[in-house]
Design a protein around this ligand. Structure first.
Ligand code: GDP
Length: 197
């Protein structure tokens, strides 16, 4: 799939204010610094469509990007960062969960995992929550260029094996590097397929 247009549309703190549209949308989430903005920019071929974590403000909101005037990429706030205090963390969690559970247009959630890290509790718990709530999601391993090919393969494999200790099967898995553009075709082909359903 070619991305012919990619435009920022709106930022929200409440799913009820998200665009009034019946187009498919694909949300991206992960721990802060996992490489989410870089991945969105890589997928859309735009250098700074999604603001990288160094840009304050935007990252705490639900951001809608309209793609080819026919579907949306949704950039959700990063989680797990030492976020200012309990109340603010709870508020962020309510916003994210509200979006994920109520936004019927959300066709798939892409959960980003840094390919260098072993499974982290916060991600495992989040995946459990997604499964319990029957949220369709996929795992996207990021930053594989930071490892040798062999080590990236090994890390992804051991991560997946860890999941299979408690899960019957894996969700779809994508392996990416935003600096090298790898995984782009696979992700866009997957989205294209779902857009046609
Ligand atoms: P976000 O907080 O999840 O949106 O993460 P960013 O996209 O802002 O990336 C965090 C840091 O990781 C930045 O310094 C990026 O340049 C770097 N980064 C992101 N993706 C990649 C990647 O695929 N390869 C490499 N080498 N660095 C990456």
């Amino acid at each position: 799939m070619d991305i012919k247009s990619a435009k920022f549309e709106i930022s929200n703190s409440d799913y009820r204010k998200c665009p009034d549209s019946d187009m498919h949308e694909y949300a991206f989430i992960g721990r802060s610094n996992v490489g989410k903005s870089s991945l969105i920019n890589m997928l859309t071929g735009r250098k700074s469509l999604a603001m990288t974590s160094s840009t304050p403000g935007k990252t705490m909101l639900i951001n809608h990007f309209r793609i080819n005037d026919s579907w949306y990429i949704v950039d959700l706030p990063g989680y797990g960062y030492a976020q200012r205090g309990k109340e603010s963390r709870a508020q962020l969690q309510r916003m994210i969960q509200g979006y994920i559970l109520n936004r019927t247009q959300m066709t798939n959630l892409f959960l980003l995992i840094d390919s260098r890290h072993s499974p982290q509790k916060i991600d495992m718990e989040f995946m459990e929550w997604l499964a319990e709530n029957e949220v369709p999601f996929s795992i996207v391993f990021t930053k594989t260029d930071k490892l040798s090919k062999e080590n990236a393969r090994k890390n992804v494999e051991s991560y997946c094996n860890k999941l299979l200790e408690t899960w019957e099967s894996l969700p779809p898995v994508f392996v990416t590097s935003s600096t090298q553009g790898s995984g782009k075709e696979e992700l866009l082909a997957y989205i294209d397929e779902m857009n046609r359903l």
